[in-house]
Structure formats: C-alpha cells, structure tokens
Design a protein around this ligand. Sequence first.
Ligand code: ATP
Ligand code: MG
Length: 399
Amino acid sequence: MDTQQTTLHFQSLKQGADAYIKRRNQRLLANHRKELRNFTRAEASAYLSIDAKTLDKYVKAAEIDPRRHEDSQWSIDIMEMYQVRDLLPEALRRESKFVRNTHQSAQVVVIQNQKGGVGKTVSAATIASGLSIEFHQEYRVGLIDMDGQATLSMYYAPEADQEGNLSVGDLIMRNFDLDDGETFEQAVSDAFLETTIPNLRVLPAAQSDRAIEGWFHEQVFNQKLLSPYSLLAEIIDVVKNDFDIIIIDTPPSLGYATYNAYFAATSVVFPLSITENDIDATCSYFSYIPQVWALLANADHEGYDFMKILLTNHRDSSTTTELMNSLYEHFAPYLYSKEFKHSEAIRQASSLLSTVFDMSKSEYPKTKSTFQIAQQNGYEVTSQIQRDLLNVWREQEHA
Ligand SMILES: Nc1ncnc2c1ncn2[C@@H]1O[C@H](COP(=O)(O)OP(=O)(O)OP(=O)(O)O)[C@@H](O)[C@H]1O
Ligand SMILES: [Mg+2]
C-alpha cells in the first residue's frame, strides 16, 4: 500500500461513517422525537405536593384544559406544570425560587474521568435534569457538551447540527460570523439552546467539534494563543448571570477540551464505575492528576470548591462490596455515599435519549417499579450534589 491508497481507504471509511450517522440520526429523530414530560393528575399533585382539588383550582386559573387530549385523559406537560406552580401562593410552593445574591456566583461542575464508559454522560444528563426538575428552587441550569462524540447533545439538542446553531467548538474556534448588529455576547447566549425542560439550556457539541484538538495544537504551535486553557471559561463568563449551575460533560481524554473544562470549573465530580478495570484505570489517572492540576494552577485557576467521586453502575454483589470496601479505605472523604445504581430503566431511558427525569412513571414503556426505583436513586444522587452546591453558596454568602 502507498500513501495515496491509504488516503483513499480513509476517505472511504469516512464516507461510510457519514452515511451511517446520517441515517441513524434520521431514524432516531423520526422514532424518538422527544416529547415534553407529562404528568397524570396523581403525578402532578405528588410533584407539587398539593391535593387534587387544589391542583384543579390552579390548573383552571392557569387556563389549562387538562382533558383536551384526544383520549381525554387528564394530563399536563412540564411547561404547563411550571405555569401552574408559578400561580401557587408562596405557602403552597414546596420551595421558593432560588435567587442568587451578589456574593453568590454561578457554579460550574465538570464531570470528568479519563477512563471511557464510566458513566460521565449519563451522570451529567441525570444531574442536570435532576437539578432542573426535581428541585422546586428552579435553578437555571446550563449543560455544556465538551465531548466531540456529542452523545449528550443527542439528549437535549438532537437537531443541534442544523445550520444556524453554534456548537461549543464553533464558539471556541470562533468558527462563525456575527450577524449585522449582533454582539459576541448574544451569539454565545443564543448558542445555549432551549430544551424540553424549561429551566435547562444546552450548549451542544457538533460532529465538527472533533477538530478542536487539532485546532488548539495549531494555535499553540503558531503562538496565537497565550492562554489555551481559558477559552471555555471566557465563554461561560459571558453567560454567568443567565445560569446558577453549569454542568460540563467531557471526553475520555486529557486534551485541550478537557483542560478547558477543568479550567472553567469551580468543582469536580469524577464518575467511577465499580469494576476492577475501571478502578485500576481511574487510580492510574489519579496518580497523574497532580500534574494536571499543576498546569491549571500555573494558569491561575483558584482551586475547586468541592471534589467528589460518584460511584456509578453499581450492582449488588459480593465482588462489588469488596471493591467498595477498598475504595472507602483509600478515598473515604471524597466518595459520595449514594451510588448511582445500575438500572435497566437508566439504560432504557438513555436509549430514548432521556434521563429518568425527562419522563413520568406513567410514560415509561416498561416495568414501572424499576423506573420508580431508578428515579428515586437519581434523586438521591442529585441531592448530594445539590447539598454541596448549597454549601458553597452558603459560604459565599457569609464570606
Ligand atoms: N446507572 C446505569 N445503569 C445502566 N446503564 C448505565 C448506567 N450508567 C451508564 N450506563 C450505560 O453505560 C454506558 C456508558 O455510559 P456513558 O456514555 O455515560 O459513559 P461515558 O463515561 O460518558 O463514556 P465516554 O467515555 O465514551 O464518554 C451507556 O451505554 C449507558 O447507557
Ligand atoms: Mg460520554
């Protein structure tokens, strides 16, 4: 073989792959167009913690007809749910809306592990949707997909690759022209797309974001970037008043994309799935991590508010217990006590490009009890992160 032939083979692989991805995405979009989460009357009253009669009163006040659907079953979607909640008097609302004061800053949590397939993306999506929906404080949550594989973007921005939408890579590489009169700030803000959850917006990755590592190398080599780790932080800085919490999903690698995510973050969560292989790989990563931090500190990162390990894909077995025991021996202060459990419902929901918070139990197509258990576990997992975030805000308030 010669270089020309090899080039042709790679071109042919590319053509095959592009055609495959296009067909797959078309099929996914056609079959799984994501619906808004719907609530039955019982689910709505449980969600708001009000009795059914009170619910009816406020649904009526919001001028919503819950029986307008073809099957005339009572149901309201999540957008309507938020309208109803907005009408509730403070005394009936489970929590008041969160309003940051001037001492409290937007918190940016990076989800990272250099090991692939440990549950980074599922955790990022679950935590972001959980923080948005399950807590009635209505945090304004942003989700950033720093992984050129763009898996996370398929959850909340399946049409992100369409013309006119900018990806995080486009923003970093300045791969766009401003419209007449448009500012950079507007372009950044518009790039955070609306999702099926009212208080969650996503800055997607596009397939073209795979070029990002090459772009960084070229810029650094040509000495065009003085500070190659701060580009994502600069983008987040533009929208920091639009969000309370930003969650960043990262690729399973330690390239510029990951360093930018680390640099922009104020806290870190390391998902770690409990298998011997994944623990070995993660320990190798942790033994290298002081060198990662040295580069970030050298670039003037101020340090993280919290750093936690989230055990994922947890299955009950004696091997798991043994592995957990040795993890506790070495990492106890860093481990979240609630593991993200392995669940068929998580797997099933993720094949529908959804988390367990994107649908109600009544909408889950398979065993409802499995779904309910997964939703409860997702809530517990998310609560631990919420508690850490609240702690940081509390400290900032009293600083
Ligand atoms: N709690 C869980 N229960 C069942 N399946 C899970 C769970 N968490 C993750 N998975 C499955 O494991 C696989 C890997 O998860 P995920 O894509 O989140 O990992 P990742 O760390 O983001 O991978 P990558 O390194 O490639 O980005 C997915 O198919 C996902 O559906
Ligand atoms: Mg991933």
